[in-house]
Design a protein around this ligand. Sequence first.
Ligand SMILES: Nc1ncnc2c1ncn2[C@@H]1O[C@H](COP(=O)(O)OP(=O)(O)OP(=O)(O)O)[C@@H](O)[C@H]1O
Ligand SMILES: [Mg+2]
Length: 257
Amino acid sequence: MGESLLDVRLLNKAFGTVVTAKDLNFSLHSGVITSIIGPNGAGKSTLINVLTGLLAADSGEIWFQGREVTREPIYKRVKLGLGRSFQVVNVFANLTVFENLAIPVLALKRETSNIFRSVARLRDVHGDVEKVLNQVGLLDQAYMIAQSLSHGDQRLLEVAIALATKPRLLFLDEPTAGMNPVERTRILETIRRLSQSGEVTFVIVEHDMDIVFSLSERVMALHRGQIIGDGSPEEIRMNPQVREVYLGEEVGHGAAG
Ligand SMILES: Nc1ncnc2c1ncn2[C@@H]1O[C@H](COP(=O)(O)OP(=O)(O)OP(=O)(O)O)[C@@H](O)[C@H]1O
Ligand SMILES: [Mg+2]
């Protein structure tokens, strides 16, 4: 197991009476693909929102690479290497793929304006965008308008946008949602390959158990804001509580139709 990237201590978050994180304690380790599973409304997306800074925690601490980020704004966390993608497609529909990627690359490079540096910087931006396009296999679509891409390629573009911020830890919220099997295979291969490169550690929220069990090295099961199971895919598959609140239900649906 690699070094600890993210450490969460006694994290709490609620919306009125709906508790989405209750005294959560866990660490995420470098190089370990982790899946977060759980029924609808368990608090999975909210947890990502709190960890990455879109929502404030009610209490508790979030440490990233040994530095406390609990109250840091999103852009600071992104700069430190904490990235995310969203559950629904979130790209600039009328911009090209290249332009969608140039925005985060430029944002990351923003420095005091210096005309003498501009040309070098432009070349730099081009290089960074190309690298990301290559990583996700969208090089051929670089100059297509984002909304003309297939749904699967739009989701890949989302992952690419997140990668353009050079994350060390990247949260993907349901990256395969709405994808056909070919697109799924592509995105999963991309995640595996990038994970093996050692540059990025992935945490995914996923409902498809075949994907969860084949992709992840660690699975965390969330239910009403609490971790009811945390371990290897095999351990989670055998966990009675997880089976009762989530897996049993999934199997039940499958049997019914
Ligand atoms: N901004 C918000 N304001 C109020 N309630 C919210 C907000 N965001 C989420 N909730 C509520 O918090 C609970 C957890 O929501 P969350 O989106 O984190 O669940 P989830 O585990 O991601 O579910 P799903 O699998 O359906 O995506 C739900 O009851 C939801 O209605
Ligand atoms: Mg969600």
